[in-house]
Design a protein around this ligand. Structure first.
Ligand SMILES: [Mg+2]
Length: 229
């Protein structure tokens, strides 16, 4: 298990979906399907056509929601409520993650392109929500998501984080580009599930041939954290 020297890190910034739980679990697919259903209704298109636009927006705007807001001037609240109304039951809380997060020194944050309510629902379900010093969600970044640099700038300003003392933990390779350029360390959470149905730009990475802006990568976040000195 690879660990760079992380003794200078006192701000741990975690993405939520497919990061604080494994992307190998078929959980995010529920949200994905609800996005398609919402768009099919909203744009009056068959699901197959709505899905193409959904993924185009994801690639172009960072999230499907941002595309809907930019192109259709959509109000985000109904969408966020609809797509995050999902069954949490298939996510099995991992007590090792709680232990690992509890023993980290420094501040811990959740930074998600999902909604505040989604972060709370999932974080509480996993039994880790109370361990974080702050949560930053799509509402906090004016719905302009990662990987846009403005999102990270708003984050570090809101919590007074020095990027040189921070590590960004993410399953999305492109969401680590701006943090690395700003001086953060980067940890990629990989997935061994088949994600070929997702656009290459935004799918979780399999850990083979990771790009240079990824400092470290692991398939198992709890084990990786527990192996820290
Ligand atoms: Mg994610």
């Amino acid at each position: 298990m690879e660990h760079a020297d992380l003794s200078h890190i006192d701000n741990w910034i975690f993405d939520l979906d497919n990061t604080l739980y494994s992307g190998d679990v078929n959980f995010f697919a529920q949200i994905d399907k609800k996005m398609t259903a919402f768009m099919s209704q909203y744009l009056s298109l068959p699901p197959s056509e709505a899905r193409v636009i959904q993924k185009e927006y994801l690639v172009e705007y960072g999230t499907t929601l941002s595309g809907l807001m930019a192109v259709h001037n959509m109000d985000p609240s109904e969408y966020l409520h609809f797509v995050h109304d999902i069954d949490l039951g298939i996510l099995i809380p991992d007590p090792r993650l709680h232990t690992a997060l509890s023993s980290l020194t420094g501040r811990k944050f959740i930074f998600t392109n999902g909604s505040r309510q989604h972060a709370k629902n999932v974080g509480e379900h996993l039994g880790i929500y109370g361990l974080f010093d702050g949560v930053f969600a799509i509402e906090d970044i004016d719905y302009i998501p990662k990987p846009k640099k403005s999102a990270y700038v708003q984050f570090i300003n809101a919590f007074n984080v020095d990027p040189m003392s921070a590590i960004m933990v993410e399953d999305s390779v492109r969401n680590l580009e701006a943090p690395k350029a700003m001086g953060m360390s980067t940890l990629l959470i990989t997935s061994q599930k088949d994600w070929s149905h997702e656009p290459e730009a935004s799918r979780p990475h399999d850990g083979i041939n990771v790009p240079d802006h990824v400092d470290m990568h692991t398939h198992d976040l709890p084990s990786w954290l527990l192996a820290l000195e």
